[in-house]
Design a protein around this ligand. Structure first.
Ligand code: UT7
Length: 325
């Protein structure tokens, strides 16, 4: 027997305001047809004035606690993946911890941009395996609209705001059971040589400003398809599970063409790939838990299913996680 991380529940929150491609094309030199054809995006949610990343994260956390049928007091660790924190410090996770009324344990943020949620799952799993935490709230939350250059049509049409959260709990499991539940394997990578293909042109120590997202999209695209495919194959191989046995693939929602490219490369049936690109656009660290929540609520992802999460983002960073519910 060994202590492993069991999935307990998922939550989500999307800001009320929806910005359609049509509406966006009135202020930016673009069109609904260009955005749909090149990305699959139809709309995105945008946080209201004064609505912060911690507000979105708190709402997603409450929704995850409800799904898991747990009380906030049971949580002893909060790991939050975000690139758009409320403040340079303290960590946004601590703001959520305070609002949940949790006075014990620890809370911290991690930064891996769009791959942040996968990194956070890896960390949560590692801390549970080493018996450093029992019930971990993992949140991906972003107000990406705040770091967009709304005059740069190459980036501003691609992103949206939102939050998603998972809860994992420590449980003794029989590792020899081939149907055992929980996090089966995680895989993360980064390569800092590609910083200039996707970055923000500001920060506390450089410009003392927040900066705006900059991207050379077509180059990012090529790396994304290759690296995501490799990450998923490696993650599955290390777990001793063929990709063909996986029930659902929950990818980072950057571009429908990336989802299609990866599915083709790994010979995955596109119907097994969860896509929310059309409704949410790219919500960075929130995109994987948001897509997962969507498919769990509509009844596709069920208890016992084998699910592969994956993401790719600035850094470059990328990774994958294999979980049996
Ligand atoms: O989440 C982190 C990871 N991010 C990603 O994975 C994003 C990866 N990249 C992409 O999704 C795609 O590269 C984009 C959607 C960003 C762009 O699609 P593309 O097919 O790679 O287009 P492109 O950048 O090669 O640009 C093609 C043309 C250009 O015009 P010219 O030079 O051919 O005349 C752009 O100026 O499309 C133009 N363009 C636009 N036109 C209308 C770029 N953005 C727009 C726009 N509306 N919003």
């Amino acid at each position: 027997m060994a202590v492993r991380s069991i999935f307990r529940g998922v939550g989500r929150y999307l800001p009320e305001r929806v910005l359609s491609n049509e509406e966006l094309s009135k202020t930016v030199d673009t069109s609904d047809s260009w955005i749909r054809e090149r990305t699959g995006i139809g709309q995105r949610h945008i946080a209201a004035e004064g609505e912060t990343t911690s507000d979105l994260a708190y709402a997603a956390a409450l929704s995850a606690l409800k799904d898991a049928d747990m009380d906030a007091q049971e949580i002893d660790l909060i790991i939050m993946a975000t690139t758009t924190p409320d403040y340079t410090f303290p960590a946004t996770a601590t703001l959520v911890q305070e609002r949940l009324g949790i006075r014990h344990g620890a809370a911290f943020d991690i930064q891996a941009v769009c791959s942040g949620f996968i990194y956070a799952v890896k960390l949560a799993d590692s801390m549970i395996r080493t018996e450093s935490a029992k019930n971990v709230l993992v949140i991906g939350a972003e107000t990406f609209s705040r770091i967009l250059d709304w005059e740069d049509r190459g980036t501003c049409v691609l992103f949206g705001d939102g939050a998603g959260a998972f809860i994992f709990s420590a449980q003794e499991v029989d590792e020899t059971d081939i149907n055992r539940k929980g996090v089966l394997n995680t895989f993360i990578r980064s390569d800092g040589r590609f910083r200039e293909l996707l970055y923000v042109d500001g920060g506390p120590s450089t410009t003392q400003t927040v900066g705006h997202v900059r991207m050379i999209g077509n180059q990012v695209f090529r790396h994304a398809v290759r690296d995501i495919s490799q990450a998923m194959e490696t993650c599955a191989n290390e777990a001793g599970i063929p990709v063909s046995e996986i029930d659902w693939f929950v990818p980072h929602q950057a571009n429908q063409r990336i989802l299609n490219g990866v599915a083709k490369q790994l010979k995955i049936n596109p119907e097994q790939v969860i896509s929310t690109v059309e409704w949410h656009a790219n919500t960075s660290a929130a995109s994987v838990p948001l897509a997962f929540a969507h498919a769990k609520v509509d009844g596709r992802i069920k208890a016992g299913d084998l699910v592969m999460l994956e993401a790719f983002g600035g850094g470059f960073t990328w990774g994958a996680a294999l979980i049996r519910l």
